[in-house]
Ligand binder design. Structure first.
Ligand code: AMP
Ligand code: ZN
Length: 112
């Protein structure tokens, strides 16, 4: 499958890794929108959060555990940060492999 994030997970495309285990990879966004901008992906291909069901939902819990650890390590936990997943065209998703943005390090614009 021609998926850029699968290639990053397989290390066919290099990335700056923030965290890795057997299930997930976290790496620095190539075009950061805030002082800290990290993406967390499952190593197995899931197209978006729309594809989460009872068979694969465990990975989302694991990603949130990892996200909290990364936020602490990156020193953005105390002042707060945001976890975002874009879904589909209207959601602004440009890479069709489930990913959670961790953004922080400054006051983020109001959204919701
Ligand atoms: P989204 O718009 O939610 O699909 O987010 C995709 C994100 O992937 C964007 O923030 C891009 O800057 C980022 N991105 C795309 N290619 C790479 C890459 N090779 N390494 C790191 N981040 C990337
Ligand atoms: Zn993929």
């Amino acid at each position: 499958m021609d998926c850029i994030f699968c290639k990053i997970a397989n290390e066919e495309i290099p990335s700056k890794i923030a965290y890795e285990d057997d299930k997930v990879l976290a790496f620095y966004d190539i075009s950061p929108k805030a002082p800290t901008h990290i993406l967390i992906i499952p190593k197995t291909h899931i197209s978006s959060a729309l594809e989460i069901d009872s068979n694969n939902a465990d990975i989302v819990a694991h990603i949130f555990v990892v996200a909290a650890q990364i936020a602490a390590k990156e020193n953005i936990a105390r002042d707060g940060y945001r976890i975002i997943t874009n879904i589909g065209k209207n959601g602004g998703q440009t890479v069709s492999h489930l990913h959670f943005h961790i953004v922080g390090g400054e006051t983020l614009g109001d959204f919701a």
